[in-house]
Design a protein around this ligand. Structure first.
Ligand code: GLY
Ligand code: MN
Ligand code: MN
Length: 436
């Protein structure tokens, strides 16, 4: 499942129409990263770059120049090279960039330094966000210097830097129907993989074997890559929030926490489920699990158009602290405990984040100091948890080492929300029934 190439051309057109008159936007592709010696990590295109191009090669730069007669949408990319393509894979080349990807004009990437000063000359502002790619920043400053050096011959370099990322990220926050369909599918595939992990889990299986089942299910469903490094944490490993070693054997009597989501055509899913390795919750595991589930359900209800972004975290916190009080893991007054953040010994992360092309997707949380309000087309994760450290001496031993998180992906609709990852069960009864 893929977005039609014409969607990227339409995005560039719409963006060109919204750029300031006389401006220019520059955006480099991602760069290849060495894993060891001459082996590279699998290349993943930069999300902003992909959003505007659908072009998956490294060593490319997009330049958008509103009103330029020779072409407004320009791509620098690698040239075709028979020898290189035999060894390392296909390249679109400049003709392909125009024909297959709809750019007005394409140049060879090795001409970047030569061509860019000319493309910047006479422009009043440049859309760029310094900081993310220092090498590219340096290149851009050097092209500007070249234009300035020609001032006496009439060269005029852009004086203003406009925030490119803010512009693009505001667009990326609202998912179009086509993007929603991809995210729905990514959610379905990921839910199926979690269901399979529950069915295959039993004492003696290793964390990395469950990881492999999940990745296999992703691939067999058409999603080759996970959207982020899969977490499979048995027992107290679940209390390490970003545990990715995934190397232990799963033990009878423990819970296992799995945080995994596939990436489908550059869109992420992000699901966490926590379930008993042997298929049956102990009384303590069940009690804590139900506190987290209550918190998650209450939080999901707060994801709706017009509601503030910080509301779902507050809803989850309220339920978690109530639950911890009821079970005797905290003592005192609920509001005071929340104010003093006494829950942080058990809950040290936020309740969710934007979701989209990046798992921790771009977008702001506040506007003019106020929490922004949800709008249809926005997508978030809702992922409360409780983690009782194995060395927490303030609680009875029976609670120690239990880590639980429940995470779903929630799309804001016109009337409320849609849980994109509802395909995998999460109540105690349904999990036990599935595993039994
Ligand atoms: N999988 C990363 C997260 O849940 O935020
Ligand atoms: Mn997650
Ligand atoms: Mn998440």
């Amino acid at each position: 499942m893929k977005l039609d190439q014409k969607i990227y051309t339409e995005r560039r057109r719409a963006l060109l129409d919204s750029l300031k008159e006389g401006s220019v936007l520059v955006l480099p592709s991602a760069t290849e990263k060495v894993r060891n010696r001459d082996c590279e990590y699998h290349f993943r295109q930069d999300s902003d770059f992909w959003y505007l191009t659908g072009f998956g090669e490294p060593e490319a730069v997009l330049v958008l120049i509103p009103g330029r007669e020779e072409g407004e949408s320009v791509l620098f990319c690698r040239e075709r090279n028979r020898e290189m393509e035999i060894w390392n894979g296909r390249r679109a080349g400049q003709a392909g960039a125009v024909k297959e990807y709809g750019f007005d004009q394409a140049f060879v990437i090795s001409e970047l330094n030569e061509q860019m000063p000319g493309l910047l000359d006479q422009r009043t502002s440049v859309y760029h966000t310094p900081g993310a790619n220092k090498e590219f920043d340096q290149q851009l400053w050097s092209w500007m210097d070249k234009v300035r050096a020609k001032e006496r011959k009439g060269g005029v370099a852009p004086e203003q830097i406009e925030d490119r990322d803010k512009l693009l990220h505001t667009l990326r926050m609202i998912k179009s129907p086509a993007e929603q369909a991809l995210m729905r599918k990514a959610g379905e595939i990921s839910a199926r993989a979690h269901t399979r992990a529950m069915q295959e889990c039993k004492p003696g299986v290793t964390e990395y074997q469950l990881e492999a089942s999940i990745h296999h299910e992703f691939a067999m469903s058409g999603a080759r890559h996970p959207a982020y490094t899969t977490i499979v944490g048995g027992g107290e490993n679940a209390c390490i929030l970003h545990y990715t070693e995934n190397e232990c054997e799963l033990k009878d009597g423990d819970l296992v926490l799995i945080d995994a989501g596939c990436e489908l055509d550059h869109y992420a899913a992000d699901i966490t489920r926590t379930f008993p390795v042997n298929g049956k919750f102990s009384p303590e595991q069940k009690a804590l699990y139900n506190v987290v589930l209550d918190a998650q359900l209450a939080a999901i209800d707060e994801v709706a158009p017009g509601k503030p972004f910080d509301g779902f975290h507050k809803a989850a916190l309220g339920k978690l602290v109530e639950g911890l009080l009821e079970l005797g893991l905290l003592a005192g007054n609920k509001d005071k405990l929340i104010k003093e953040e006494a829950y942080r010994a058990f809950y040290m992360h936020g309740t969710g984040h934007w979701l989209g092309m990046d798992v921790h997707d771009v977008g702001h949380h506040k506007e003019d100091g106020e929490s922004i309000l949800f709008k249809p087309g926005m997508a978030v994760t809702v992922e409360p948890g409780l983690y009782v450290s194995p060395d927490n001496q303030d609680v009875e031993e029976r609670w120690r080492g239990i880590g639980i998180r429940i995470e779903d992906d929630v799309l804001v609709t016109e009337t409320g929300n849609e849980v994109l990852t509802a395909g995998v069960v999460k109540t105690v009864d349904a999990i036990e029934a599935l595993m039994g």
